[in-house]
Design a protein around this ligand. Structure first.
Ligand SMILES: [Zn+2]
Length: 397
């Protein structure tokens, strides 16, 4: 089975994870899909493959080497629209025009200029009614194709190969049951990016803040000099924060303070913010801004009360890599040897790799050739998927 056939087989399964579920994995289809992957791993000759009690798949190919590199992809797809695409369409040597997906949807180059980056490549598009599922089944197909080669050319490589397919990445639980000990690797890479000419080892530092404002409620008719409307105070609180430090006005390395929930009445208003910055010092400054706004409101309205509680979520993996850049240097070497360019872009979010890195398994992210993920306009470059297999061959040398 070649890489395209395998990819088509895997995207035909709908493994859309479910954020409302309290189970792990969040949907049964991930468990079933994991069983199929274990079977397929055994079929290509990896007898060590198994699915653990949480549904996560692990496999190991011993090459009698001292060090082991891990490769990780996730089995679930985004809970945006249905996966389970049965009829993807292959466009060979894409020449750069708009792509009609079905009678209702056309993928226009003007809306998705990223299409220009794959001109001349073979691309696979959806039927317009499903997402592709290349996030992250492109990664799974690449790992299979590489593992097949690895098994029969072990003498070309200087590392052992560890593999893991994880669950529920799209709902933020991808690393929650991942077990570094089962992976048995010295470092690893998630194959979960877009263009194969970009890799990532930087992500946001992240915190969340709950702000609760207590006012004073009385009958509006008798409220003069007595009522303190917490809704208005919430408004004033938010206006004390920098106006341009919000998601819609920031990019690249600029962090933000994002108000993503508000609910209230006269007596009590609750707000939730997320705070993000690649720089941990700048993240601390953002926390200070909230605490300063609390002081301003409380001193202006002594009868009001403002509670601010801040919780850290995840950390930038760059701060880990500063101590040991080996996994990044290996990417550089693999791309130089492949005569291909590589650019490092900061992720404006978190990744499973960041969490796994802080579990003690350093884990940058590599691209797979999957573009416009999480929707009907998703497409994969089959050319880039194949190229990534070649890059992995250089990485393991
Ligand atoms: Zn993904």
């Amino acid at each position: 089975m070649d890489i395209l056939e395998r990819f088509k087989k895997y995207i035909a399964f709908d493994t859309k994870s479910d954020p409302t579920s309290s189970e792990y994995p969040s949907v049964k289809s991930e468990l079933e899909f994991g069983k199929i992957l274990v079977n397929d791993l055994k079929e290509i000759g990896i007898d060590s493959a198994y699915q653990d009690e949480y549904g996560i798949v692990y496999a190991f190919i011993d090459n009698k080497k001292e060090k082991t590199i891990g490769l990780i992809s996730h089995m679930d797809t985004a809970p945006t629209i249905d996966g389970g695409l049965k009829n993807p369409r292959l466009i060979e040597h894409y020449e750069g025009s708009d792509i009609k997906l079905n009678d209702k949807y056309t993928m226009k180059v003007s809306d998705f200029p990223i299409l220009k980056s794959v001109i001349g490549e073979d691309i696979l598009v959806t039927d317009g009614e499903h997402l592709m599922g290349g996030d992250d089944k492109a990664g799974i197909a690449i790992i299979f194709e590489f593992a097949k080669y690895f098994l029969f050319h072990k003498d070309e490589f200087n590392y052992n190969l560890a593999i893991s397919f994880t669950c529920d990445e799209e709902i933020g639980r991808g690393a929650s049951r991942f077990d570094v000990k089962k992976m048995k690797a010295d470092f690893a890479y998630t194959l979960d990016g877009e263009s194969i000419y970009e890799a990532n080892f930087e992500n946001f530092n992240a915190s969340e803040a709950k702000v609760t404002i207590f006012g004073v409620g009385v009958h509006p008719g008798n409220a003069k000099d007595i009522m303190i409307n917490s809704i208005l105070l919430a408004n004033e609180f938010n206006s004390l924060l920098p106006k341009d430090m919000i998601p819609s006005k920031t990019e690249e390395y600029q962090g933000f303070i994002h108000l993503d929930f508000i609910k209230g009445d006269v007596e009590k208003t609750e707000m939730e913010y997320i705070l993000r910055d690649h720089d941990k010092v700048l993240l601390e400054e953002k926390k200070e801004m909230l605490l300063k706004a609390k002081k301003v409101i409380e001193s202006k309205y002594p009868k009001a009360k403002v509670e601010v509680s801040i919780k850290d979520e995840y950390k930038n993996m760059r701060d880990y890599f500063i101590k040991d850049m080996t996994p990044i240097e290996m990417i550089n070497r693999a791309y130089i040897n492949s005569k291909l360019p590589i650019k490092y872009t900061p992720i404006r979010g978190g990744t499973d790799g960041a969490t796994i890195t802080y579990m003690g398994l350093p884990c940058p992210n590599l691209g797979t050739g999957d573009f416009n993920p999480h929707g009907r306009f998703e497409f994969v470059s089959v050319t880039q998927m194949k190229q990534m297999v070649e890059i992995l061959k250089e990485l393991f040398k």
